[in-house]
Design a binder for this molecule. Structure first.
Ligand SMILES: [Ca+2]
Ligand SMILES: [Ca+2]
Ligand SMILES: [Ca+2]
Length: 338
């Protein structure tokens, strides 16, 4: 009896190990639990400090301290260290953040959009300074930045209300340019449903950024839409109708290289990271999905430790941060296929 029990327990343990290794998370360079904020909203990797590798810009909220802020972190001896924190934005919420080059000067900025202000922070004389503070009345829902017309300057992509319906709100993406201290609206998308997530980047390498939105209701899986900037009409035009790519709700997206090509990263509520390439205006999964112990809030990539190889960074709900190398994951995936 005792032996049988031992056998069953060993078998169960073995099965657990096998099932765990089948859905194995990547091998991490860094994991942080209960880190920095009670909850994270967004993370973007960018080289703001001109170090030739990426720093990490995070937007998060602390409930006990009643604080919403943006911080700039950088890699130091295997860990992330905070260099700067924005003022507390709790009374200006909801708060959105992205990074990019929205001015002809080509400088990299942290772009923060609150209910009434657009803040542009940049790195100068070895510190972060507030370059611009612009008042607005846009009532924004979400923010991204990408160079839609290929002139080297990022347009600001702002999700706004398009049409109020009885059951839900149809949203649009408005395109803005910064003209001095003014936000100039240069175009708008068709109604795109209830947009929950958006990202921009050059998916097909033609020098012009595409825009991808995800729309859906409550926690149901959403539809992905691809848009491009029409140079002549100066409008965002639909390239694909809403397409269902995943069976879960996406919280974070990014367009960036995976080491081989530029792909759309999707981070979903079930803790999975997926990779889609764009071919002839169709999205196709190009790598094995990676799974994580918590539902994912956001994803970004960049060379964080300066070794010339890109890392990926994901945040698991609500405040667990994980950094890993994509290259190793691909090598391993190929190895198991052989
Ligand atoms: Ca542009
Ligand atoms: Ca493109
Ligand atoms: Ca690296």
């Amino acid at each position: 009896m005792h032996l049988l029990k031992k056998f069953v327990l060993t078998l169960l343990l073995l099965l657990t190990i096998i099932s765990l290794s089948r859905a194995a998370p990547p091998s991490y360079l860094l994991t942080k639990k209960d880190y920095l904020y009670d909850t994270f909203f967004k993370v973007e990797a960018t080289d703001l400090m001109d170090l030739d590798y990426s720093q990490v810009v995070v937007l998060g909220r602390d409930y006990t301290e009643r604080r919403i802020s943006v911080q700039l972190l950088s890699w130091s001896e295997g860990d992330l260290v905070s260099h700067w924190e924005s003022p507390n934005l709790i009374n200006e919420g909801p708060v959105m953040m992205t990074t990019g080059r929205p001015l002809p000067t080509g400088e990299q900025f942290i772009i923060i959009l609150t209910q009434n202000h657009l803040y542009l922070y940049t790195y100068q004389n070895e510190r972060i300074i507030l370059r611009s503070q612009i008042y607005h009345t846009l009532s924004p829902y979400e923010l991204s930045a990408a160079d839609l017309n290929g002139d080297g300057i990022d347009e600001l992509l702002v999700v706004r209300l398009g049409k109020r319906l009885a059951k839900y709100d149809e949203k649009v993406v408005d395109v803005y340019r910064l003209e001095g201290e003014e936000l100039l609206k240069v175009g708008t998308s068709p109604l795109l449903g209830n947009i929950r997530c958006l990202t921009g980047g050059d998916l097909d390498g033609d020098g012009f950024a595409e825009l991808v939105t995800e729309s859906g209701l409550s926690s149901r899986p959403g539809l992905f839409t691809l848009l491009r900037w029409d140079q002549e009409q100066e409008e965002l035009t639909l390239e694909t109708k809403g397409e269902k790519l995943l069976s879960s709700l996406v919280f974070g997206m990014q367009i960036a290289t995976d080491g081989e090509r530029v792909v759309l990263y999707t981070a979903d509520g079930w803790g999975r990271l997926n990779f889609f390439a764009l071919e002839k205006n169709k999205f196709s999964a190009v790598r094995k999905e990676l799974s994580f112990p918590n539902g994912l809030v956001t994803v970004t990539t960049g060379d964080l430790d300066g070794d010339g190889i890109n890392e990926a960074l994901v945040v698991g709900h609500p405040n667990n941060l994980m950094v890993f190398r994509l290259e190793e994951e691909r090598d391993e995936a190929q190895f198991t296929q052989e």
